[in-house]
Ligand binder design. Structure first.
Ligand SMILES: Cc1cc2nc3c(=O)[nH]c(=O)nc-3n(C[C@H](O)[C@H](O)[C@H](O)COP(=O)(O)O)c2cc1C
Length: 194
């Protein structure tokens, strides 16, 4: 049984199941200079099979990217996701958990390995590219990586939501809901004006 916002998100994902671009979402963090930073990432599902982290959105990223130091300084982030067919926007606020190769929790380290194994070879090879955002160099041929052993630069990034602001454009007036999570992990749903 999903919470209300998860059911709506599942419905939108289902309706866009033939559109891979529907899994692109915008992830905003806070820069070290306190200015916003925003980029597109791929949604890689929820961390199913976990009681503690079951609502967490999975993303994969490179430890050498700038978001790493931003998350270490301030884990708060917001995702923005718009689905054209259902005409619904999800703004998901929460804290990010960055699982790098040194992360001590075994359950999450296993989730990191699983995420690595499910990447395609072209996706895996990007983690062996030269350091992101440094002056351009010619890339040497890199040896194919193995699906069993994640490269050190590979991180699983979890967004643990605490607030979901859902806007449905369909309807006049439009429909808007606030879904809030309390300390115990229970969600309440409030209908608000658009
Ligand atoms: C369609 C698309 C999908 C992307 N997916 C990811 C992703 O899943 N993870 C990721 O770290 N970067 C992804 N990127 C690259 C990011 O947008 C960004 O350039 C990169 O993560 C570096 O960001 P940062 O320097 O703010 O950390 C994607 C870019 C595009 C255009």
């Amino acid at each position: 049984m999903f919470f209300m916002w998860r059911s709506h998100l599942a419905k939108s994902l289902h309706q866009h199941r033939n559109q891979p671009e529907a899994r692109f979402l915008q992830l905003a963090t806070i820069g070290l200079d306190q200015r916003p930073r925003n980029r597109t990432v791929v949604f890689r599902g929820f961390l199913e099979n976990s009681d503690r982290y079951r609502d967490c959105l999975k993303i994969v990223t490179d430890r050498r990217s700038q978001k790493t130091e931003q998350i270490n300084a301030n884990p708060w982030a917001e995702v923005n996701w718009y689905f054209t067919k259902t005409r619904s926007q999800f703004r998901i606020l929460g804290k990010l958990i960055l699982i790098d190769h040194e992360y001590p929790d075994l359950e999450l380290q296993k989730a990191r390995s699983d995420a690595w194994s499910s990447l395609s070879e072209p996706a895996r090879v990007q983690f062996a590219w030269a350091h992101p955002r440094e002056p351009r160099v010619s890339f040497p041929e890199v040896a194919p990586s193995t699906p069993e052993q994640p490269l050190e630069s590979f991180c699983l990034l979890l967004l643990e939501p605490t607030e979901v602001d859902r806007l449905e454009l369909r309807g006049t007036p439009q429909n808007r809901w606030l879904h809030l999570r309390d300390e115990q992990g229970n969600w309440t749903d409030r209908e608000v004006n658009p």
